[in-house]
Write a protein that binds this ligand. Structure first.
Ligand SMILES: [Zn+2]
Length: 256
C-alpha cells in the first residue's frame, strides 16, 4: 500500500518537474522553488541586531550589550524575550495578510524559515512550542490557525514538540486591530486558560509561544501569565512580524 508521505513526495517531484519555480509572493519566475524574487526579497524589512533584548524591537544604532527599549522598561513583559523575523509594514504586512486572510499557505514555509533564523536564541533552550490559540469562532471562519501552521513547520524542522491543547482560548475576543495598548490588555484579560489534561506539556518547561504578529504584547502577556501560573518554567515568544509604529527607539541602559 502506498503511504501518504510517499505519495506526497512523488507528487512534489512531478510538480517540480513540470511547473516552473515562481516567486512565493508575486508569482514572477525565479531560479529555484521555494523562494521570493529579488525585488520582493528586498522589500522585506528583516529585523537584525541591534534590537531590544526583551521585546525584539530594532534599535536605530548599536548601543552595545544590555540595552532594552523604554517600552520594555516602562511596562516589563511577563515573557522573557520576544523575537520577530521582520517589521510588520508594507510588504511584510502584505505577506501576513496573504497568509492569514488570503489563505496562501505556501507562505508558511518561507515565513517560518525566517522565524527560525530570527529566533535562534529562543529556540536554543525551548522544550515545547505553543501556538497562540484562536477562538473557535475565528478558527471556524478561517478554517486554520496561522500560528499553528507556522509552529508546525518549525517543529518539523527543529524537532521540537508542539502543544496543541494545553493553552486554550476560553472566550472570543474582539479583534485587537485599532485598540490602544491598555484596551488590548483589557480585551484579552482572562481570555486564556489551561486544559488540565495537558498540564504535563507545560509544567516545568521552557515554553515558546508562536504567533504571526506581535503588536503591544497584550496577547503574549496574557498567555504567559496563564502558562506561568500553571507551572511553566519560562516563556519566550517567536513571531513572524513585529509592529514598530512608535518610530526609532530611544535607548536606555538595562538597570538589571
Ligand atoms: Zn516576487
Amino acid at each position: 500500500m502506498i503511504k501518504y508521505e510517499d505519495f506526497r513526495r512523488g507528487f512534489e517531484i512531478v510538480y517540480k518537474l513540470f511547473l516552473p519555480p515562481v516567486c512565493y509572493s508575486c508569482r514572477a519566475p525565479v531560479v529555484e522553488h521555494g523562494g521570493f524574487c529579488s525585488p520582493c526579497w528586498q522589500k522585506i524589512k528583516f529585523i537584525t541586531p541591534p534590537y531590544c533584548d526583551r521585546l525584539g524591537i530594532p534599535f536605530p544604532y548599536d548601543p552595545g550589550c544590555d540595552f532594552i527599549s523604554p517600552r520594555a522598561l516602562a511596562n516589563p513583559p511577563f515573557f522573557e524575550r520576544a523575537r520577530g523575523a521582520f517589521i510588520y509594514e508594507d510588504f511584510g504586512r502584505s505577506c501576513i495578510h496573504q497568509l492569514k486572510y488570503g489563505r496562501q499557505l505556501h507562505l508558511v514555509k518561507p515565513i517560518s524559515t525566517w522565524m527560525m533564523a530570527a529566533g535562534k536564541d529562543v529556540l536554543l533552550d525551548c522544550d515545547i512550542l505553543i501556538p497562540i490559540p484562536l477562538s473557535w469562532r475565528r478558527l471556524w471562519a478561517r478554517r486554520f490557525n496561522q500560528a499553528t501552521k507556522l509552529a508546525e513547520n518549525i517543529s518539523k524542522m527543529r524537532d521540537i514538540p508542539i502543544s496543541y491543547h494545553a493553552l486554550q482560548r476560553i472566550r472570543h475576543t474582539r479583534t485587537q486591530v485599532g485598540l490602544a495598548a491598555n484596551q488590548r490588555a483589557k480585551n484579552v484579560s482572562g481570555a486564556f486558560s489551561i486544559n488540565l489534561d495537558y498540564l504535563d506539556d507545560i509544567a516545568g518547561k521552557n515554553c515558546l509561544l508562536v504567533d504571526d504578529v506581535f503588536t503591544s504584547g497584550a496577547t503574549a502577556n496574557a498567555c504567559t501569565k496563564t502558562l506561568l501560573k500553571a507551572g511553566a518554567k519560562k516563556v519566550d515568544i517567536l513571531v513572524a512580524a513585529i509592529v514598530c509604529q512608535q518610530g526609532p527607539e530611544v535607548l536606555i541602559e538595562n538597570p538589571s
